[in-house]
Every structure is written in structure tokens, then in C-alpha cells.
Ligand binder design. Structure first.
Ligand code: CDV
Length: 308
């Protein structure tokens, strides 16, 4: 048995005015809870250090850049790295990354138990739009503030398992799980900021959005025989509600832990990485059963083309 005790550290809302130092205090409180529950790994959400700023239209580059981190760890996050190292806890969290070349990414990092960053992922599937959209109930400007990730979907050996990451909207795309599945992934972690209502469809509310989120993650887990841990930033951020619904999914696609609130809340499960072996060697033994000669459209064509 290769057991990893995983804490999904859902975070409640972060208001625009809340400084990173205050947010890190909240993350430290969740980390302490996780340590008390003997977690080996704690998973925090997408853009964990700030409010979900892509909902705000900004034109001044200095104002935009204020939401980004130019180094990691930095002064605000160092206490989190220090405490994770002291307690021997691996962590993963998302943040807005500005590179030394001035590139902007929606990023997440993964540490080992010694607090060293061993993995970085940059969000590939950026939802939303890049221009102000008067048709929407609220803006979702990820395509304005970030460029698509350039690192693909790597996996890393950590805590004696193969781990990979994706971020929020990525979880809705089966290609994401399969890219990592083809590298033997056993645990996929992801954070999300998902509005509780659809900005383009006012009667699509919480129930349907929670269902689609869970459907995507449970399918990805089952079809790749891996654990999936999806962690929300939830609650009302300056009048904009985000859904909760953080879950831990086993390699059979069953939800084994689920958040009950829209606030700071830790969900915990002891995840046996060897539970992936059966699916990976039977129904989803890719080497035996995949028929790649029929899959060429997946990498040669982006949109729908109906036959002539
Ligand atoms: N942060 C996100 O990527 N949110 C999207 C919303 C816009 C649908 C999501 O897929 O949850």
C-alpha cells in the first residue's frame, strides 16, 4: 500500500482589498489543521493568494501586474513554505505568475516534503474572453490577463507516486487527464474558481455547475485510473459568488470526500496509490487497448468540421 493522506484545503472568498499576508495566515491555519490530521500533501485552490481578479476590467498594466507574483516563494508566501518544510508537508497552490521576461501565466506549483518546488504547471485552457463583453452578467478576462501555458502536462515523482496538475477549466477537457494518464499519473491535483452562475446563461445555477464540475473530475479519474483532488475557492468575493464543491475522487470515479461549506474547509482522505493499479492493468491498460490510428483528429483539428 502506498498511502498519501491528502488534505483538500478549500478556501472561502478573498476580497479585493485583502492583502496576501492575511490570505497566507488563512492558508497557514488550514495547513495546521492538515498537519493535525496527519496529511502528507495539502492542495490549495487556483489563484489562492488573491481574489479572482480576472472578473475585473483593468487597462493600466501596473494595476494588472499588482495581482502577479514575480518570484515564488516571496516575502508573503515564505511563512507557508517554512511551515510546510518544518512539518514535512508537501503543498500545491495556484497563483498569477509574471516571468522575468514579462510573460503572464495562471500557474500552480508543487513542493516535496522538504519544501522545495519540484513541479510547475501553467494553465493551458483559459476560459472567457479578452475584450470587454457587454453581453455578460460579469466579466471573465483570463484571455486578456494570461497567455496559455507553455509547459504541457508533465508529471512528477513525489511522495512515492506519479503526480500531475491542471487548473480549473482544464478539468473539463478529457485530453488533459489522458495526457497525464499516458505518463502513468496516479494523482491529479487542481484548484478552481468557478462562478456559481453562468455569466452567459442566468438560469444555469449552482446545481448544474456543481454537477458538471464533479462529472468532469469523476470521469477523468475513472478513465485514467487515478486519484483526482479538486479544490475550490468559494463564496462571495465582492458580490460575485463562487461555488464550493471541493472533492477527492478515487480511481474508480467515486467521491470519497466532499466539502460541505463555501468557506475555508479542509477535506481529508487517505489515498492508496496502489488502488490505481487494477484499472491501469485491465480496462484502461492503454498499451493493450488504445487505437491511436483512429485518434488523429484530436491533435490535428481544433474545432468541429462536419463531413461535406
Ligand atoms: N477559473 C476558471 O477557469 N473558471 C471556469 C469558468 C469560467 C467556467 C471553469 O471552468 O470553472
Amino acid at each position: 500500500m502506498r498511502e498519501i493522506v491528502i488534505g483538500g484545503a478549500q478556501m472561502g472568498p478573498i476580497q479585493k482589498a485583502e492583502p496576501r499576508t492575511a490570505v497566507v495566515e488563512r492558508m497557514l491555519a488550514l495547513l495546521e489543521q492538515a498537519v493535525a490530521e496527519k496529511c502528507d500533501l495539502v492542495v490549495f485552490p487556483e489563484l489562492a493568494l488573491t481574489t479572482f481578479f480576472p472578473r475585473w476590467w483593468m487597462e493600466d498594466q501596473a494595476e494588472i501586474d499588482a495581482w502577479f507574483e514575480t518570484e515564488m516563494p516571496n516575502a508573503a508566501t515564505q511563512p507557508l513554505f517554512d511551515r510546510a518544510r518544518e512539518t514535512g508537508t508537501a503543498i500545491t497552490f495556484g497563483y498569477a505568475e509574471k516571468t522575468p521576461e514579462g510573460r503572464h501565466f495562471n500557474t500552480s506549483i508543487l513542493t516535496d516534503k522538504q519544501g522545495a518546488i519540484i513541479g510547475k504547471y501553467r494553465k493551458v485552457h483559459l476560459p472567457g474572453h479578452s475584450e470587454y463583453d457587454t453581453e455578460r452578467a460579469f466579466q471573465h478576462l483570463e484571455k486578456k490577463y494570461f497567455e496559455p501555458g507553455d509547459l504541457g502536462f508533465p508529471v512528477w515523482r513525489n511522495l512515492d507516486a506519479w503526480m500531475g496538475m491542471c487548473i480549473c477549466n482544464d478539468r473539463r477537457w478529457p485530453e488533459v487527464y489522458r495526457e497525464m494518464g499516458l505518463q502513468g499519473v496516479e494523482l491529479i491535483t487542481l484548484g478552481y474558481n468557478t462562478p456559481s452562475v453562468n455569466s452567459q446563461l442566468s438560469d444555469e445555477g449552482l446545481e448544474k455547475r456543481l454537477y458538471h464540475s464533479e462529472l468532469s473530475m469523476t470521469a477523468g479519474a475513472y478513465q485514467n485510473a487515478c486519484w483526482v483532488v479538486g479544490v475550490a475557492k468559494a463564496g462571495d468575493e465582492d458580490g460575485h459568488p463562487l461555488m464550493g464543491g471541493s472533492i477527492i475522487v478515487d480511481p474508480d470515479g467515486f467521491v470519497v470526500a466532499r466539502a460541505q461549506t463555501e468557506g475555508d474547509e479542509l477535506i481529508v482522505h487517505a489515498c492508496d496509490m496502489d488502488a490505481c493499479n487494477f484499472g491501469k492493468t485491465t480496462i484502461f491498460d492503454f498499451a493493450r487497448h488504445r487505437r491511436i490510428e483512429h485518434y488523429s483528429r484530436i491533435t490535428s483539428q481544433t474545432g468541429v468540421v462536419t463531413p461535406e
